[in-house]
Write a protein that binds this ligand. Structure first.
Ligand SMILES: Nc1ncnc2c1ncn2[C@@H]1O[C@H](COP(=O)(O)OP(=O)(O)OP(=O)(O)O)[C@@H](O)[C@H]1O
Ligand SMILES: [Mg+2]
Length: 242
């Protein structure tokens, strides 16, 4: 078995306004290097919340253990870094080891496709090389590099989002419903290209999806989601299990 990249125990994030709201509970999740994981569950069950926790963007409210050990880096006690408010260190880990395809795509509209894809590399001061052209060719967007994102089709934009998330060669790729806005055939084609691209790159993929059939076809390991009302029905509590 490959090394453990994410190790979480009793991680809790609450979204409570007044005394009603939502609670995400992770009793225990361990994700190994090169695993392909799917977070599957209904709208509002906490998939994006969990991805934001894994992306080190969102601070958990309570944690027994939250460790990250990227294959190309050193182990970090994420709980400890949040407790000590080490935002800079968290940002550095995120920048270096994680690529994140947002639910909305998240491309900057005033930068060209090439500039969007280059952005994570520029933030890390990585030298220019031919990697942008290479990844764009694989994803079939090499003829779009000089355009603004607004001139692309939805499928092309999602492929640019993947290229941007991968351009700095992270070992962890998080993707939030990356193909939800596309027709099923285009969605499968894009995911097949992405899966092919990350195979052999030692990348851990964690993707959120509401489409079970899609996930089973791609042979992803699914984290089980369960949920229900607690605290006299005021809180919807959602749990993701290994
Ligand atoms: N910033 C926020 N403040 C308060 N509550 C929030 C916030 N973001 C999300 N929530 C609530 O947290 C719960 C989980 O939301 P989340 O976005 O993680 O769900 P999801 O599974 O990604 O849903 P979808 O499939 O619709 O994207 C929802 O009940 C939502 O209303
Ligand atoms: Mg979501």
């Amino acid at each position: 078995m490959t090394a453990i990249v994410y190790s979480l125990n009793n991680v809790v994030k609450e979204r409570i306004v007044g005394n009603v709201g939502f609670r995400l509970v992770i009793p225990s999740i361990q994700i190994h290097a090169e695993e392909n994981i799917a977070l599957v569950g209904h709208s509002g069950c906490g998939k994006s919340t969990l991805l934001d926790l894994l992306a080190l963007i969102l601070r958990p409210d309570r944690t027994a253990r939250f460790e990250l050990n990227p294959v190309d880096g050193k182990p970090s006690d994420i709980d400890h870094l949040w407790q000590r408010r080490k935002q800079d260190q968290l940002a550095q880990i995120r920048k270096q080891h994680i690529g994140y395809v947002l639910q909305s795509g998240g491309l900057l509209p005033y930068l060209t496709v090439r500039e969007n894809i280059e952005l994570p590399r520029r933030l890390l001061n990585l030298a220019k090389d031919d990697s942008i052209d290479a990844i764009s060719r694989v994803l079939g967007i090499n003829r779009q590099l000089d355009k603004l994102p607004g001139l692309l089709s939805a499928g092309e934009r999602q492929r640019v989002s993947f290229a941007r998330a991968l351009s700095h060669r992270p070992s962890i790729l998080l993707a939030d419903e990356p193909t939800a806005a596309l027709d099923p055939i285009t969605a499968r084609k894009i995911m097949a290209v992405v899966m092919e691209l990350i195979r052999g790159l030692k990348i851990t993929l964690i993707t959120a999806s509401h489409d079970w059939a899609h996930v089973y076809k791609m042979d992803l390991r699914t984290l089980r989601q369960e949920g229900g009302a607690v605290d006299n029905g005021r809180i919807y509590q959602s749990t993701f299990h290994d």
